[in-house]
Design a protein around this ligand. Structure first.
Ligand SMILES: [Zn+2]
Length: 314
């Protein structure tokens, strides 16, 4: 039996088909294009699911979705997504009706946390905090083998924890949020302040065929010794350390798993992050916690697929 996992991000939407062990069988990805509206998006999703059904038929038993934003998992509603600009959007219900498959929806970082628990930690008991470092920042918690939702399903909105009073503006409308410093849009905004000749920078550091001013380009520049790029990553690490320190003090996790595109720059932001963690006064939780970057770059979609399968087969 196979499950479909869907990860709805601010920029891209990823779909995977996995078996119960989390092995990837098929995948697809398309641009989310949030500005075209949620109805067009659900239609696009249903078409992609149909494509998988032609290949796998009745072996497909469930759909699990992780969406970037505040999700009501009981009703399958995306209540608010700052990075998609959507409010009160029904996704799970319409997709369930059009595909006939049971469909669950959770916050994307919750699904990454579930993926970390099932794949990275191989279902070992313990407390896991997963941080998704992408366009925005999310977090999810699996406590003793159970996904933690909190009172309203909103647990883990770590991206909007305030780390700087009256700091930089955030996509949520607030100021000084962790995401306003460490989300990829914020990192690149800071890079723009420091790197004056963007065109020359892209020409020199972007991967061939991907001439874009993005975090990959910024990572390549840091590796080549570019002082501005290294400074941006060090600042990112510093602020990430502030946010993570607060989370570790409150939650005392056994393991923190970092995932998402920005986590690929670990070499450049982790020293500054670890410096902040090492400077905390209450030492025990910091001495104990294991911080790792996920090997699997698609924990969100894999986690969603495994979570959906788990629910459907219970
Ligand atoms: Zn915010």
């Amino acid at each position: 039996m196979f499950g479909i996992g869907i990860d709805i991000g601010g920029t891209n939407t990823k779909l995977v088909v996995v078996n119960r062990a989390g092995k990837l069988l098929a995948q697809e990805r398309f641009r989310t294009e949030a500005s075209k509206g949620p109805q067009a998006f659900v239609k696009r999703l249903a078409a992609a699911v149909e494509g998988f059904r032609r290949d796998y038929g009745r072996q497909l038993v469930s759909i699990g979705i992780g969406a970037a934003g505040d999700v009501d998992p009981e009703r399958g509603i995306l209540r608010f997504s700052p990075n998609l600009g959507w409010r009160s959007v029904k996704i799970a219900g319409p997709l369930e009706r059009s595909t006939g498959l049971p469909c669950s929806m959770e916050n994307d970082a919750n699904m990454a946390a579930w993926g970390a628990y099932e794949i990275e930690m191989e279902r070992k008991k313990g407390n896991i905090l997963a941080l998704t470092l992408g366009t925005g920042i999310g977090s999810g918690l699996v406590l003793d083998g159970k996904l933690y939702h909190g009172g309203t399903g909103s647990a883990g909105e770590a991206g909007h924890v305030k780390i700087e009073p009256d700091g930089r503006p955030c996509h949520c409308g607030g100021r000084g949020c962790l995401e306003a410093y460490c989300g990829s849009y914020a990192i690149m905004a800071r890079a723009r302040e420091l790197i004056k000749n963007e065109t020359a920078f892209i020409k020199k550091f972007a991967a061939p065929g991907h001439e874009k001013f993005n975090t990959i380009c910024l990572t390549n520049a840091a590796a080549a010794g570019h002082a501005g790029a290294r400074r941006v990553w060090a600042e990112t690490g510093h602020y990430l350390g502030r946010g993570l320190a607060a989370l570790i003090l409150v939650l005392n996790p056994d393991c923190v798993v970092l995932t998402g595109g920005v986590s690929r720059a670990r070499k450049w932001f982790m020293p500054a992050m670890n410096k902040v963690l090492g400077a905390q006064q209450i030492k025990t939780p910091f001495a104990r916690v294991k911080i790792r970057v996920a090997d699997n770059a698609d924990l969100g979609s894999h986690g969603a697929a495994l979570f959906g399968l788990d629910k459907a087969l219970k």
